[in-house]
Design a protein around this ligand. Structure first.
Ligand SMILES: Cc1cc2nc3c(=O)[nH]c(=O)nc-3n(C[C@H](O)[C@H](O)[C@H](O)COP(=O)(O)OP(=O)(O)OC[C@H]3O[C@@H](n4cnc5c(N)ncnc54)[C@H](O)[C@@H]3O)c2cc1C
Length: 390
């Protein structure tokens, strides 16, 4: 049970963005209107993949967003995807990834890398919500030095190696794995390839990495690959470009998710603080709290507009690699602060499951590490300014 009622829509605090909305954003709104705070609290407390949420996303035809019409999809750019992610996250927090992991990684990778028969084989199932994908890039040797640590090898149509933090792998049908072709020099980007494998393929095993936050419902997994037969291997120079596409789009979607999640937490906290009294006064009338909220919301709103500005540039075909990193960094920072203030506004209740905000505060922490750490973002910003390498 949660102690706070549904309150104002997201737009009450956050400025509407310019331009028309994609139809799918309205379908996302219809979906979240079905999820009351009690259901949202139940979803947040799960320790297993929220298959019902996945199905609701399918019922609202959201898995098809961003996929070409001839494959059962509905074209959409990154801005529309961010709006959907933000609307979903406002209600279900970072569980909005239930939609993002398959749609936002697998769909662009297949569109950029696969031949037409492979697209026809896989994309309609993804669009209809019948196929789930997970994405394995990181290895035990390290995620920051991705290419230096990349040790999973593709040889004769089989992959061997180990992936770590493969989120939602156990509930996926397919894994998209970043690998290196056998014989290519270690380190660097030579011989990069994507291997698409089935999660039930012989030689593939996985074990769950114990994590306290949102990954406790998706699960994040260590995946061992021992000569696993590859359904499809994608090689050649297009791999690097496709990897860049998904890494940039992931760093633009994260702002939408963390900002939506933070705003949802703030909405619940404000509703509570308007009803709570201390010393005979509504606690939301104390200026000490109001200024904390105002500072955090100003930063959130600034980060939000920066992220959408980068997304519009990316959708127009401009390179925004550093801009996407900055969008991720600033939005996670601002969203964490908003979630922290939401906990503070509610006092002790804020720290309990009754308040419906503590999971957001906890979940957002992961995004300072993933998919790129805050230190690596700063390194990239410094390099873009021409500063020396250590
Ligand atoms: C909940 C969760 C879900 C995830 N899901 C996925 C997934 O689905 N798929 C996937 O592929 N990966 C996933 N990841 C992995 C994630 O992308 C990595 O954790 C991240 O890239 C950091 O890599 P690492 O953990 O190996 O840290 P390391 O690379 O070991 O870094 C450790 C520390 O050293 C710092 N550091 C490293 N190099 C430098 C440097 N040059 N300068 C300054 N500091 C440096 C880092 O910033 C960090 O603070 C997930 C991680 C988490 C926590």
């Amino acid at each position: 049970m949660t102690l706070v009622p549904s309150a104002a829509p997201a737009e009450q605090v956050l400025e509407p963005l310019d331009g028309p909305e994609h139809d799918a954003v309205n379908r996302a709104r219809e979906l979240v209107a079905r999820i009351d705070d009690e259901t949202a609290a139940d979803l947040a407390a799960r320790t297993e993949f929220p298959a019902d949420l996945w199905d609701w996303v399918a019922e609202h035809s959201l898995h098809r967003v961003g996929i070409a019409e001839e494959h059962g999809g509905e074209p959409a750019d990154i801005v529309a995807k961010m709006r959907i992610a933000e609307v979903l996250a406002e209600r279900v927090g970072v569980l909005a990834w239930v939609w993002g992991i398959s749609n936002c990684f697998a769909a662009p990778l297949l569109a950029e890398l696969a031949d037409e028969p492979t697209r026809k084989e896989l994309l309609p199932g993804l669009a209809a919500g019948r196929r789930r994908f997970a994405f394995g890039v990181t290895e035990p040797g390290g995620g920051s030095d991705l290419f230096g640590a990349l040790d999973t090898t593709l040889a004769d149509g089989r992959v061997s190696g180990r992936k770590r933090y493969c989120t939602a792998a156990a509930s996926a049908d397919h894994l998209f794995l970043l690998v290196r072709e056998a014989g290519a020099p270690a380190g660097g980007t030579s011989g990069l390839a994507f291997a698409l494998v089935r999660t039930n393929a012989p030689g593939l095993s996985m074990s769950r990495v114990p994590t306290p936050s949102f990954a406790s419902s998706f699960g994040t997994y260590e995946v061992d690959l021992d000569g696993v037969a590859v359904d499809h291997a994608f090689t050649g120079p297009a791999v690097k470009a496709a990897l860049r596409t998904v890494l940039v789009e992931e760093r633009l979607l994260i702002p939408a998710i963390v900002i939506g999640a933070a705003h949802g937490a703030l909405r619940r906290a404000l509703a509570y603080a308007a009803r709570r009294t201390a010393f005979g006064t509504r606690v939301d009338s104390y200026q000490a709290l109001q200024h904390q909220v105002a500072d955090a919301v100003m930063d959130l709103e600034t980060a939000r507009h920066y992220a959408y500005a980068m997304a519009r540039r990316w959708a127009a075909g401009e390179p925004v690699t550093i801009g996407a990193d900055v969008a991720k960094s600033r939005s996670v920072d601002a969203a964490q602060r908003v979630a922290d203030v939401a906990v503070q506004l509610m006092g002790g209740i804020g720290f309990t499951r009754w308040g419906g905000v503590e999971h957001v505060w906890r979940d957002l922490r992961a995004f300072r590490l993933a998919p790129i750490t805050e230190e690596l973002v700063r390194n990239r910003v410094a390099r873009s300014l021409g500063m020396g390498r250590d």
